[in-house]
Design a protein around this ligand. Structure first.
Ligand code: FAD
Ligand code: 2HG
Ligand code: ZN
Length: 496
């Protein structure tokens, strides 16, 4: 059974990375002449063009677990290094080779194995694309428990390997909870069958958990068993404008209190981020709180609120009551509730397309951090001020742009700093961006809330975890992959 795909979703802009499909179906991709030169490009460099394999002899595209096991055994015996790859949408360079590793793509392992419509338990191969799984489940009255802007390309195996968070983490929680079982092939080709379909199973260690978020360093995930939630019967989406971050914090508390268990997303978009998205004239997006058209944002902050519940009238009433209370109490300056699906999707696009819009602005320094709400937006303000004080040219038209947005309900901020693509960073920009993560650590945040460590942040592992903890992690790597053939040079710092 192959999942059928009806990929019409909020994030459907063509600029969002899509799976490389032209070469799908072949077991081995290896350039054999000048005509094949571009064959490997969708695999050897990432969507942001930040990570590029200096060399890659081949992309392996197995169709079965047996083939994955055979390929890994072969590589293990010959000390060949391997990079597992899903949809290649990762943002920390985890899926791109560093030297001459071969890529092991899961793209051809995209079959649904079973689905129990009574319990909502789905078992599928690791290469299933997230959006296709979601579309496949909807006729049965279920959805995937995670959603992210890269859904049209990222694969469930990649999602599990990065422990992806996304837009509805607030409601459905971490993959550490939704994943019931995994099938994993170890570096030497041994297959670990941990593909449980049970919600409760306290027999022995819950070994699958160590592969969730291991970024392809401990084994290759070939199958996934998941508890998926019922599709909500009623979804409400609202956008509110706020005058200060203090008001944003008040609105977080009010929304939680008023919406309770039906709250399913609470996202932040600052004015600079709103302007970048609305400023992409070709996309035809409009800030519904801006009155007329144009790129100027009347509020410094916006919050997207979503409820997912079972009673349309009841949920709508709750959302409208929240907005009324927030407006009357001066917490929000303005607000709108989407009247239909099309309007809801338009509001979601304003949020989901921010990374895509920023990519068009230039080369982007991305920071994906967790911070207590008390320090949350101070990081963006501080970054902007430091750049301005350093005399850096800011704003549209070739300047440096600083935007803040993210999963407010999970205290997960995305700070993006775009610089003109053609030139190297001015020294002042380098200085300011190098201070961001140390500041996050000083404020007891996490330097990687949801994107992982990959190449980009591996140096931070010993700075954020104790020597003993990193030692145990290294010990696990050594035990499962003694020759270090899986995803070398990622996740673990070179010198620890
Ligand atoms: P890849 O990029 O191919 O690989 C990621 C890592 O997992 C690599 O280390 C790779 O080696 C490993 N890996 C992949 N598949 C396997 C496997 N089967 N077995 C073992 N290891 C494997 N992330 C979020 O958390 N939240 C978001 O909201 C979010 N939004 C995004 C929006 C956009 C526009 C983009 C471009 C990215 C976004 N991301 C987000 C980041 C990215 O989409 C996620 O990290 C995603 O889970 C990666 O899945 P993938 O299949 O593309 O994996
Ligand atoms: C999102 O939430 C993603 O949109 C991407 O995690 C964030 O590009 C980024 O910085
Ligand atoms: Zn995110």
């Amino acid at each position: 059974m192959k999942p059928s795909c009806d990929a019409s979703s909020a994030g459907g802009a063509s600029a969002i990375p899509r799976s490389p499909s032209s070469a799908a179906g072949k077991l081995l991709l290896a350039p054999s002449g000048p005509d094949d030169e571009n064959l490997l490009v969708p695999y050897t460099q990432d969507w942001t063009h930040k990570w590029k394999a200096p060399q890659c002899p081949a992309v392996l595209q197995p169709r079965t677990t047996g083939q994955v096991a055979g390929l890994l055994r072969h590589c293990y015996e010959r000390d060949l290094h391997v990079v597992p790859q899903g949809g290649n949408t990762g943002l920390v360079g985890g899926g791109i080779p560093l030297a001459n590793e071969v890529i092991l793509s899961l793209a051809n392992m995209n079959q649904i194995i079973s689905f129990d419509a009574a319990s909502g338990i789905l078992v599928c191969e690791a290469g299933c694309v997230l959006e296709e799984l979601d579309a496949w489940l909807r006729p049965y009255g279920y959805i995937m428990p995670l959603d992210l802007g890269a859904k049209g390309s990222c694969q469930i195996g990649g999602n599990v390997s990065t422990n992806a968070g996304g837009l509805r983490f607030l409601r459905y929680g971490s993959l550490h909870g939704s994943v019931l079982g995994l099938e994993v092939v170890l570096a030497d080709g041994r297959v670990l069958d941990m593909l449980s379909t049970l919600r409760k199973d306290n027999t022995g260690l819950d070994l699958k958990q160590i592969f969730i978020g291991a970024e392809g360093t401990l084994g290759v995930i070939t199958k996934v068993s998941l508890q998926v939630p019922p599709a909500p019967a009623a979804v409400q989406v609202a956008l509110v404008g706020l005058e200060s971050f203090e008001k944003v914090r008040e609105m977080v508390m009010l929304s939680k209190r008023k919406l309770g268990e039906i709250l399913s997303a609470m996202e932040l978009v600052d004015a600079a981020a709103m302007d970048v998205v609305v400023g992409k004239a070709a996309w035809g997006l409009r800030n519904p709180l801006a009155g007329g058209s144009g790129a100027n944002s009347p509020f410094p902050f916006y919050m997207l609120l979503e409820t997912s519940g079972s009673g349309e009238a009841h949920d709508r009433e709750k959302m409208e009551e929240l907005l009324e209370t927030a407006l009357d109490g001066g917490v929000v300056g303005d607000g709108t509730v989407a009247q239909d699906l099309a309007q809801a999707q338009e509001i979601w696009k304003l949020r989901e397309l921010i990374p895509v819009a920023m990519e068009e602005e230039g080369r982007v320094h991305k920071f994906d951090v967790s911070l207590p709400l008390s320090a949350f937006y101070a990081l963006v303000e501080r970054t902007r001020e430091a750049l301005e004080e350093g005399g850096v040219v800011m704003g549209e038209g070739g300047g440096v742009r600083v935007v803040g947005y993210g999963h407010l309900g999970d205290s997960n901020l995305h700070l993006n700093v775009s610089v003109p693509r053609e030139a190297p960073d001015p020294p002042e920009v380098s200085r300011v961006v190098s201070r961001v993560l140390p500041w996050v650590m000083e404020h007891k945040g996490s330097v990687s809330a949801e994107h992982g460590l990959g190449q980009l942040k591996k140096a931070y592992l010993p700075q954020t975890k104790s020597k003993e903890v990193v030692g145990v992690m290294r010990g696990m790597k050594k035990m499962l992959d003694p020759k270090g053939i899986l995803n070398p040079g990622k996740f673990f710092p070179d010198d620890a």
